[in-house]
Design a protein around this ligand. Structure first.
Ligand code: MTE
Ligand code: MO
Length: 420
């Protein structure tokens, strides 16, 4: 059993101080590369595969993605596919795999479950490395939970289109999120069986996809340290998504599900997990996935943890509505903090607001569907808005404070439509 882990905030401060003094373990990346990366992170840098071994792709789609990406379901952005929110209108609480967004730093690898093992290793274990085969993992007690996976940069394009600000990274609208029912083994169970020691502070899961390289810096394989406090709490090693074996693009055979946290924490195609007595660093918790810019420390904020509060209409941008008819507006709201309490909508650009009807019991780490009826009275352009409030009383603001990489956009999004 482990002792009580330090509070996350205290731990992050310690890790930052250690990094500043060059004492934290940089897990395969030299400190000067991290500094270069922090500098590079303030400009748009497309990271490309150094040596990708992509799985066979099908059409229509992307070379690095296995599943078809039909244009009615997806908008392609670089190596990634964003879900079109209007494609969720006739789906339930869970996002079908055929519409679930894909965020790949490089390309979906082909991993054979029969030959795959998960290696847990590091000085935070009481003994040596421990391997788990796929069958061994599946034989452990399983748990099932509904959780969204959402990219920290979801909504990033609105920093520019609504706030006139420059940010770097994939220009997502609101579709870099999906909710699924995941089945797997608790990470805590695996770490205990591997002999996690009392002094472990960080675990570092690493993907089996290709190394991420660009601009003369090789960041290595995708990996992001997770504090032991979260790792031992509600994190899953998931092998099923919506009742089916995990599909290749979503991390087959096994991925992490880190409920409510930034998408990058949910490492796909996990191959090994380092358990460490020292705080660990990787580009994904130093130069990336922190808030940089005016109002933030030069080394950035603490590493991002929870996602924020957002709402989206299940509507195409620029959708049109017949005047004088009744229309059912539908959408979804979600929070990485306390669950959504209520949602209001406006059909006149934010002049008047009225409540939407919630169609699901709001739950932590999931989203809630909502609906409202609307009879437009005049033709011409108008703007629809949806604004959620969570149980702590937090309301989506009119604007989000800027950060250079455009993370955690939580402002109310203006959805332009036309009445004809
Ligand atoms: N190994 C690996 N894990 C990864 C990534 C990746 O490129 N490689 N992308 C991360 C990011 S940034 C996000 S938002 C989620 C996306 O999960 P999805 O593709 O299943 O929607 O996976 C995360 N896990
Ligand atoms: Mo992401």
């Amino acid at each position: 059993m482990t002792s009580a882990p330090p509070s996350e905030a205290a731990y992050d401060r310690l890790r930052l101080r250690q990094w500043a003094r060059g004492r934290a373990v940089s897990a395969g990346t030299h400190r000067r590369d991290l500094l270069k990366l922090v500098a590079a992170a303030s400009v748009a840098t497309p990271w490309v595969a150094a040596a990708a071994a992509p799985a066979a792709a099908s059409q229509p789609g992307l070379p690095g993605v296995v599943k078809p990406l039909p244009p009615e379901f997806f908008t392609l952005r670089g190596t990634n596919a964003e879900t079109n929110f209007e494609a969720l209108r006739d789906t339930g609480l869970l996002t079908p795999v055929d519409r679930f967004f894909v965020r790949n730093h490089t390309a979906t690898p082909s991993v054979d479950a029969a030959r795959w093992t998960l290696t847990v290793w590091g000085n935070g274990l009481r003994g040596g490395p421990v391997d788990f085969s796929y069958d061994a993992l599946r034989a452990l007690p399983s748990v099932t939970r509904t959780a969204f996976v959402e990219c920290a940069g979801n909504g990033r394009s609105f920093f520019t289109s609504q706030q006139g600000q420059q940010v770097s990274g994939t220009a997502w609208t609101l579709g870099a999120i999906g909710t699924a029912r995941w089945r797997g083994v608790r990470l805590a169970e695996v770490l205990r069986r591997a002999g996690i020691g009392r002094h472990a502070v960080d675990v570092l899961p690493r993907g089996l996809d290709a190394e991420v390289a660009g601009d003369g810096v090789n960041l290595g394989r995708v990996r992001r340290p997770l504090p032991v406090s979260k790792a031992m709490d509600d994190v899953l090693l998931a092998y099923e998504m919506n009742g089916e074996p995990l599909p290749p693009d979503h991390g087959a055979p096994v991925r992490l599900i880190v409920p409510s946290w930034v998408g990058i924490a949910n490492i796909k195609w996990v191959g090994d997990i380092e358990v460490s007595e020292q705080p660990l660093l990787s580009p994904w918790n130093t130069g990336l996935y922190r808030l940089f810019g005016p109002g933030h420390p030069p080394e950035g904020s603490a590493p991002l943890t929870r996602q924020t509060l957002k709402s989206a209409f299940e509507l195409a941008p620029g959708a049109s509505f017949a005047v004088g008819r009744e229309h059912r507006l539908t959408g979804r709201s979600w929070s990485g903090g306390t669950p959504v309490r209520s949602v209001e909508i406006s059909t006149d650009g934010g002049g008047r607001w009225r409540p939407a009807r919630l169609r699901d019991e709001p739950r932590a780490g999931s989203w809630v569907r909502w609906a409202a009826d609307w009879v437009p009275r005049a033709t011409g352009p108008t703007v629809l808005l949806a604004r959620a409030t969570d149980r702590s009383g937090r309301v989506q603001p009119a604007a989000t404070a800027h950060n250079t990489q455009g993370y955690l956009f939580d402002a109310v999004v203006r959805h332009a439509v036309t009445v004809v």
